[in-house]
Unconditional design. Structure first.
Length: 414
């Protein structure tokens, strides 16, 4: 049977390559996945908004020159310089700072969720590969067993105990299995490529999957209460709500007067026609100014917008919680179902193997019921492959529960 070059490379190099665990791949994804990197940079960009929002507006400086000097008692006014600094109403800057800080916090929670999503995607790509490789392994082992059955059937035919049809039945089954293996191997190639893309690695990178996954029959370790408390998507919505509350406060304070503090400095020419005290002395005048918030339509609209967004985000939070709780129940059942089926398949495999041994011995003596041996062998293969499938289902359900409850391990980058 011909095998794809990709699979042959795995078989040849698999033993010489350093084995990588799933945790190794997850650490690679955190370090290299572009979605994670982009999300983190968005969080860093949001942090810069904090220092932008708590800054005062630029001061205003104006310079004027009297084309026609204005005469005063101590001389004529020649030029004037004015410097003014406006200050928003008390608490406005801190409210803007809070709004930007809560928005940055929301971005951080979104970054954590993006990381968790990528880790889930890696697992959702990893376990189907495990399933197919296990199916190939059992199919190849089944061919070896069928070849031994073929030898037995040939010997039985030579001794006149059975007909040639038993040998032909085995050949037909082997041909079918070889075709199935070829299709499974072909199916692995796009799965390998998808997996490598999640790690931002070349499509041709070798992927080594552990073949010792075991379903854990221990007690359930996930808590529904941790969804509302720790899920980063829900935490991100909470932070956005607080940001909108701060924006509402900013809008209200923007409707209050702004305070300006400044000075005027007037250059005065000295009089030459008379000698008087303070002759030609420049004038210095401190000033205080207030803006008058007459047109409040814009501020009222901003307040209303912030309030509406708070309500919308509150509904979004409820929708997320409902969705996660529903998924939690579904995945919990999938986990329980996988555990129960795994125990069933273990028992069925043991019993089927016992039946096959008995039938094998009887056929060697009588040359009868060979078709029953083949049927039970196929039943054994069915259980073994079903066990691989249910193992995949167990670990996928576990990974999805880890995601929605934020029970995700910390993976060190390399």
């Amino acid at each position: 049977m011909k095998q794809p070059i990709y699979i042959l490379i795995l078989l040849v190099l698999g033993l010489s390559l350093k084995a990588q665990t799933l945790d190794d791949y997850l650490a690679e994804a955190i370090e290299s996945n572009p979605s994670i990197q982009a999300s983190y940079l968005e969080f860093e960009a949001a942090l810069t908004r904090v220092s932008q929002e708590n800054a005062l507006p630029d001061p205003t400086i104006s310079i004027g020159y009297f084309v026609s000097p204005i005469e005063t008692r101590v001389g004529s006014q020649q030029a004037k310089i004015s410097l003014t600094q406006m200050f928003p109403w008390f608490g406005s800057l801190s409210a803007k700072d809070d709004a930007a800080a809560f928005l940055a916090e929301s971005k951080f929670h979104q970054f954590v969720n993006t990381k968790n999503e990528v880790l889930l995607q890696v697992k959702e790509s990893y376990y189907p590969i495990y399933e197919i490789e296990e199916h190939i392994k059992w199919q190849l082992e089944n061919i070896q067993i069928l070849n031994s059955y073929k030898d037995l059937a040939t010997t039985s035919f030579s001794n006149g105990k059975s007909s040639m049809t038993d040998v032909l039945r085995v050949d037909i089954m082997i041909d079918d299995i070889e075709t199935e293996i070829k299709l499974l191997q072909d199916n692995l190639v796009p799965l390998y490529i998808s997996f490598n893309r999640l790690l931002n690695k070349p499509d041709s990178s070798i992927v080594i999957i552990a073949d010792n996954l075991k379903i854990d029959q221990s007690a359930f370790t996930f808590s529904k209460d941790s969804i509302a408390a720790h899920n980063p998507l829900i935490n991100a919505v909470d932070a956005k709500i607080r940001s909108m509350e701060a924006n509402e406060s900013v809008a209200k304070k923007n409707g209050l007067p702004k305070i300006g503090v400044g000075i005027d400095y007037v250059f005065i020419n000295e009089r030459t026609d008379i000698d008087i005290p303070n002759n030609g002395q420049d004038a210095f005048m401190p000033m205080v100014s207030f803006s008058i918030p007459i047109f409040r339509g814009k501020n009222n609209a901003q307040i209303e917008e912030a309030q509406i967004l708070q309500s919308a985000l509150s509904y979004k939070k409820v929708e997320l919680e409902n969705s996660f709780i529903s998924n939690y129940e579904n995945y919990s059942f999938e986990l329980y179902k996988a555990q129960e089926l795994d125990k069933l398949y273990e028992e069925q495999i043991k019993k089927t193997e016992q039946v096959i041994k008995i039938l094998y011995t009887e056929y060697g003596n009588s040359g009868k019921d060979f078709e029953e041996i083949l049927r039970m062998q196929q039943q054994l293969l069915k259980y073994e492959m079903a066990k691989a499938t249910i193992t995949k289902a167990f670990f996928l359900a576990q990974a999805r529960l880890e995601y929605i409850t934020s029970k995700t391990e910390n993976y060190e980058t390399k």
